[in-house]
Design a protein around this ligand. Structure first.
Ligand code: BV8
Ligand code: ZN
Length: 253
């Protein structure tokens, strides 16, 4: 499906109307919005998980069983991230935030590209790849001086450091999930961009928004479990569609 978003299609008039009138917008993004920045998604062809199983790497048991293996994977992802930049999809959401009175950007991504694009109200549900956390005392540090080169990095207290991301089976950060639920319950437009909508509790947010009366717009080249009940579903790449959408509702990028 081409990503050409046909502005003249009368069906899009209703969509553009919802976007123009929206005063309170919440957005949920997933790995798909960073695909055009060259970062592999989790479940698509060649996706990160396709080589590994989440149970193999992104959970505490795997870390305690083989911390070097888990660190090797996260260091690889940090190194890839060093040469990744925000793409037009990230910049379009940052532009939209600047003109919308209430705009919450809820992300499952741990790559920090929304902040790099200028988004300021970013809720990171699954943590951030560029943070380390101590297994023993919980102290957090950034990754400037910490690199995995074969030995598990240690905290000043002697505890093992782990990447500051949320693993399967782990609670999401209290404040992040509270704010995310709050924005989903009060928004009048909820955008779902670049997520397969299979990871909970993040995937429950669009449902909550819908039940609370918001219009739900999905942007994804593939259908997802949300497609069948979303108010609008655009088949296309976020980096193409979002700039056209914000242009159409006349936001200067
Ligand atoms: C938890 C961080 C409470 C690490 C990740 C019900 C309720 C509560 C929990 C559960 C539940 N059911 C099951 C669970 C457990 C589990 C879960 O959801 N499992 C799933 C797999 C069934 N959830 C949890 O464990 C969560 N914790 O619930 O705590 C608790 C605690 C104890 C006991 C019970 C409950 C923690 C989940 C967080 C896991 N951490 N990542 C890391 O990154 O290494 S998850 C990982 O998946 C990433 O964060 C990723 O963001 C996330 C979701 O994936 P997507 O972002 O959607 O990426 P994906 O590749 O799947 O899809 C990409 C999409 O983009 C595709 O649709 C594709 O078509 C599209 N696309 C591609 N190109 C483009 C595009 N779209 C637009 N433009 C493009 N160019
Ligand atoms: Zn410590």
């Amino acid at each position: 499906m081409s990503s050409q978003f046909d502005l003249t299609d009368p069906e899009n008039e209703a969509l553009l109307g919802s976007c123009r009138q929206a005063k309170r917008i919440a957005v949920l993004t997933g790995a798909g919005i960073s695909a055009e920045s060259g970062l592999a998604t989790f479940r698509g062809d060649g996706g990160i998980w396709s080589k590994f199983k989440p149970e193999e790497l992104a959970n505490m048991e795997a870390f305690l069983r083989n911390p070097e293996r888990v660190w090797e994977w996260y260091q690889y992802r940090r190194d890839v991230l060093d040469s990744a930049n925000p793409n037009p999809g990230h910049f379009a959401l940052a532009a939209w935030e600047r003109i919308c009175p209430e705009f919450s950007l809820i992300t499952q991504n741990v790559d920090g590209l929304h902040q790099a694009a200028g988004s300021t109200r970013v809720i990171e549900l699954h943590g951030n790849l560029k943070v380390n956390r101590c297994q023993s005392c919980g102290a957090e540090s950034d990754t400037e001086e910490i690199r995995f080169e074969g030995k598990v990095p240690k905290c000043g207290c002697g505890g093992m450091l782990r990447p500051g991301v949320v693993w399967f089976g782990e609670m999401l950060p209290e404040a992040a999930i509270r704010e995310a639920f709050q924005s989903s319950q009060t928004c009048d437009l909820f955008l779902v961009v670049g997520t397969s909508a299979v990871v909970y509790p993040a995937a429950s947010l669009p449902e909550i928004a819908k039940e609370s009366g918001a219009a739900v717009l999905e942007i994804n080249p593939e259908p997802t479990p949300i497609t069948r009940w979303a108010d609008f579903s655009i088949r296309g790449n976020a980096g193409d569609i979002l700039p056209q959408l914000v242009e159409a509702i006349s936001i200067k990028l």
